[in-house]
Design a protein around this ligand. Structure first.
Ligand code: HEC
Ligand code: HEC
Ligand code: HEC
Ligand code: HEC
Ligand code: HEC
Ligand code: HEC
Length: 344
């Protein structure tokens, strides 16, 4: 029996050794096999866009030099009235760099103080920071100081030219409302009375003039010049063939009209400028005849008139100083002048 048990134990022991394995140590690795043949090359991926390529459409030294050269030809750079009006609290917002920048921050119509050393309108007057760098998604960004809708000074209403036209409209607008048609007598107290010298935004929009009743009706819809064109379309059209107009000279160019007026060779399209100049001359003759305008001195004669007479001068001087001779808004300007002439 003892022998049997012993044999069993021995058997279990051997079995355990077999199960746990009594593998010997591995032998040394054999020599490496020969290299396999190379796989075929992959195709090249498309090149990525340079990180700053989009920036370089504007930000090259050559472009900055060109823009600066053109700016130096402009009325803005000349700043003829910056010394006279650029420092005065009530004039600075349109007549100097500092005045515009300050009032764009404060939202006020005047600067807090007179400005001691007013500077002409320059790069940093109109430009400040980019609002976005997503030019593909958000459209071209010219780092304009403002392109927000503008509150008009003459009646507090808001106009929106969309885009950079709003920048211009801040300054190129009338400063005064005229008399109200049919409102009786009106007294002109100053030889400087009138809408002010830069009424272009009002005329383009067709607002803020003396709408005397006459044979012509005033347009109720906006012109194509205001909707599909804009200040920059006509005044900043860049054509490398002539760097003395368009772009940052702001002189309108005939080249800017051609896409919409094929074959145009000057601004007097369909004789419109000639016609408007004629109406302006006729009104002047009438004003001189009733003693409303002093031609030799070149200003209005102060005194009490009917609203229609005062309004006639208001329209005449505003359209004269607009200096587009009808181009900005022919239907509105023609109606104003025709009805004004009839009112005499
Ligand atoms: C900060 C006010 C201001 C802004 C903004 C401004 N202008 Fe002017 N602009 C003036 C003043 C003031 C003058 C008269 C010249 C002077 O004394 O500086 C002038 C002159 C001009 C002239 C030349 C007229 C002349 O006989 O010398 C043109 C054209 C003109 N501006 C177009 C524009 C256009 C287009 C824009 C928008 C892109 C614009 N301006 C934006 C204030 C402004
Ligand atoms: C709302 C903007 C604005 C304000 C405020 C303003 N001006 Fe002007 N002024 C202009 C613009 C724009 C022109 C240029 C118009 C153009 O060239 O067609 C101009 C032109 C002038 C001119 C040149 C007239 C000419 O015959 O060429 C004088 C002078 C002038 N302004 C004086 C003043 C004075 C003085 C004040 C303050 C009492 C004043 N302005 C306030 C926008 C303004
Ligand atoms: C009276 C406002 C005004 C002034 C002053 C002004 N700019 Fe501009 N600038 C604009 C407007 C508006 C545009 C956009 C034009 C457009 O919509 O086509 C522009 C566009 C540009 C562009 C891009 C388009 C291009 O022509 O390459 C550059 C760059 C530029 N300005 C640089 C300058 C520099 C530099 C100065 C000063 C020397 C300056 N600007 C002065 C209003 C101004
Ligand atoms: C469509 C024309 C245009 C393009 C494209 C453009 N810029 Fe500008 N940028 C301007 C103008 C105009 C100004 C203001 C005038 C100036 O400084 O020359 C300006 C000003 C700046 C300024 C100074 C003001 C600020 O926003 O801090 C910086 C920085 C700048 N740009 C960076 C860039 C970069 C980065 C890109 C490309 C991702 C770019 N810009 C693309 C027109 C452009
Ligand atoms: C449809 C094109 C067009 C549009 C839009 C336009 N203008 Fe004009 N602008 C002209 C033409 C053309 C003249 C007259 C030029 C001439 O006969 O010498 C002119 C004249 C002017 C003048 C007088 C300049 C001078 O040579 O004596 C100023 C200032 C002016 N425009 C500013 C503006 C402003 C600001 C806007 C936007 C509110 C604007 N214009 C919109 C085409 C345009
Ligand atoms: C975006 C297109 C466009 C541009 C740019 C444009 N015009 Fe016009 N213009 C028109 C249209 C359309 C009319 C017809 C009246 C309307 O729809 O308002 C018109 C009407 C006129 C009129 C009135 C006479 C007529 O035939 O009805 C004159 C004058 C005029 N344009 C001159 C110009 C001048 C000068 C320029 C360039 C400085 C210019 N336009 C740029 C589209 C344009």
């Amino acid at each position: 029996m003892k022998k049997l048990i012993y044999s069993f134990v021995l058997f279990v022991g051997v079995l355990a050794l077999v199960i746990t394995g009594c593998k010997g140590p591995e032998g040394p690795a054999g020599p490496a096999g020969a290299d396999g043949t190379n796989g075929t090359n992959g195709t090249d991926g498309t090149n990525g866009v340079d990180g700053n390529e989009v920036c370089l459409t504007c930000h090259t030294l050559a472009n900055k030099t060109l823009v600066t050269t053109m700016y130096n030809l402009s009325g803005h750079a000349a700043g003829l009235y910056v010394g006279y009006a650029g420092g005065r609290q009530s004039c600075a917002m349109c007549h100097s760099d500092q005045g515009f920048v300050e009032t764009q921050y404060t939202g006020a119509d005047t600067t807090a103080f007179d400005i001691a050393n007013p500077q002409p309108i320059q790069c940093g007057t109109c430009h400040d920071f980019h609002a976005t760098f997503d030019f593909d998604g958000d459209g071209p960004d010219y780092a304009l100081r403002t392109n927000s809708p503008v509150e008009m000074i003459f009646d507090g209403s808001t106009v929106d030219f969309g885009g950079s036209g709003n920048l211009c409209a801040n300054c190129h607008q009338t400063r005064r409302a005229g008399p109200v048609p049919g409102s009786g007598n009106f007294t002109i107290t100053s030889t400087h009375w009138g809408p002010h010298h830069g009424p272009q935004a009002n005329l383009l929009d067709g607002v803020g003039f003396f709408e005397v009743v006459g044979s012509m009706t005033y347009p109720t819809s906006k012109t194509t010049h205001r909707i599909d064109a804009n200040c920059a379309t006509c005044h900043m059209h860049f054509d490398a063939a002539d760097e003395t107009e368009g772009g940052h000279t702001w002189w309108p160019s005939v080249a800017s009209c051609v896409p919409c007026h094929p074959g145009a060779t000057d601004f007097d399209i369909n004789g419109v400028q000639t016609e408007i100049e004629g109406l302006l001359d006729d009104i002047k003759t009438e004003m001189i005849a009733i003693g409303l305008y002093d031609d030799a001195a070149g200003h209005v004669v102060t005194g009490t008139y009917t609203a229609e007479q005062a309004g006639a001068y208001f329209n005449w001087i505003g359209i004269e100083e607009d200096r587009s001779a009808g181009v900005h808004n022919y239907p509105y300007i023609k109606a104003l002048l025709t009805n004004t002439l009839e009112s005499f």
